[in-house]
Design a protein around this ligand. Sequence first.
Ligand code: NAP
Ligand code: MG
Length: 502
Amino acid sequence: MPTLASKKRKTTARNGRPAPELIFGDLWDFDPAPETADPKLKPRYELFINGKFVAPKSGKYFDTINPATERKLAEIALAGPADVDAACRAAQRAYDNVWGKLSGRERAKYLFRIARLLQDRAREFAVAETMDGGKPIKESRDFDVPMAAAHFFYHAGWADKLEYVAPGRRVAPLGVVAQVIPWNFPLLMCAWKLAPALAMGNCVVLKPAETTSITALKLAEIIQDAGLPPGVVNFVTGAGATGAALMAHPIPAKVAFTGSTEVGKIIMRSLAGTDKKMTMELGGKAANIVFDDAPLDQAVEGIINGIFFNQGHVCCAGSRLLVHEPVAAKVIAKLKQRIKVLRVGDPLDKNTDVGAINSKEQLAKITKLVASGVKEGAEIYQSPCPLPAKGWYFRPTIFSNVAMSHRIAREEIFGPVLSILTFRTVDEAIEKANNTAYGLSAGVWTDKGSRILKMSTELKAGVVWANSYNKFDPTSPFGGYKESGFGREGGRQGLLDYCQLV
Ligand code: NAP
Ligand code: MG
């Protein structure tokens, strides 16, 4: 049973952590509750090409690290141009000989099987995801893995009903698709990319992010077990150069990229003049907008979920809070109280709210941007929570008195850092929310339905949540405006991005 820490009582040191000073009413003292399922990791992961795990032609491997402990988890094969070429050729053969000829009804069976097998191994995948990427187990267990399975189920349902994707037109697959994904939702991004492409009849070569390849390669095991014909799905692991080789390969008819706006622009430049189709899911700097008539406690929970979920490693994170002046002081006070009781620490602990930052480089980037906020004159408040001695962690941080010109109000931090600005009128809120190079998502908190409709029409964001935040569903298309990219993932619209209309 948890006990409420007594006033100023020192807890005993555990897990090598310093004993934190707890103030009465601030934090419940829980015993550690680590998730114990076996992630079934292999010491070494090979490339997955043509239905088999194969060594890279270069013989090179790189380490994948657990960001919570800084310990090596496994070795991952480094794919060079020759491996990328072999994967693209395998995909083309599979498309020409098998997958492109299969009926939608048959393809659906494979997708359904993948979804079921993923559900069967859900706990194992959740632990592996948490160990490789640093996100809290309650997120990988309750969000990432079930949502990944849901995407395969949803698209299994579409595979034999493709005539309804574009009523009045006939749809056909594109052929081979090249896909590159980031490290913030490693398995879920695989599902978002693979499921619509396969349902539509395409074959795929996918590159996971360098720091989080494990769950993609575990998914390769499931793809083998599901009996998917060899070459329909191929995984090439490696760093940016592997991604660049894949995007530039002549075979894929389409490239689908999720990652930073910076790399997205490099890819778009490199493909200018080719006839490859593209979708780009890039960065964001979303505004959560809270009006004075909003249910404030509910809004505070939404703001916390919006920015501290997955350590703020979320493209659509509500990283800016625009709060109505009459309630600004009250909301800021509630937020400070709330972040004090967020549990930061071991991502495998079921009580942890905020896990580890994905990499040392990302931690350095967050630290630098936070320092710029202080230097530019914003007022900082950080949770006084203890941080583990080992691993990459960052205290939940909020900045008030932020100006639109501050870097923390303009640049994507991709960490647990909230920048707070205020507004007086609806028009000012819209103008400030839209005053960004990005346009991926936004949140509106108000009691007035008419205001929600006005805001959702005028906000230049692909997704606008009303009195909620970070809600996802495979039926609902997701994607950005402006420098947040183009194309949609999920829903009927997402399928349109993987077909040609004939
Ligand atoms: P990133 O640095 O752009 O990397 C994304 C992927 O591209 C990784 O697999 C990366 O490999 C690879 N890559 C790097 N350089 C490349 C190149 N020149 N050509 C081809 N591929 C290359 O982004 P990240 O830091 O992993 O992820 C965070 C970013 O993703 C944030 O900006 C976030 O907003 C965005 N994101 C957007 C969405 C969305 O739906 N809009 C969803 C999730 C994330 P390495 O891992 O080896 O560097
Ligand atoms: Mg890792």
